[in-house]
Design a protein around this ligand. Sequence first.
Ligand code: SF4
Length: 56
Amino acid sequence: MAYQIGDSCVACGACEGGCPVGAISMGDGKFEIDADSCIDCGACAGTCPTGAIAQA
Ligand code: SF4
């Protein structure tokens, strides 16, 4: 299962550069992970200052 960004996202962008496949982009008020591109590596989860990223 892909990782997902939850409602505690403050749209800081800290995670975006941490994704090796570029699956993270700005969405509607928060960042989003493209589930089809995500390879489930977990690299982004540690970059989020609010802990908003978790495995779905
Ligand atoms: Fe990108 Fe890995 Fe996070 Fe998926 S789990 S969005 S591939 S950094």
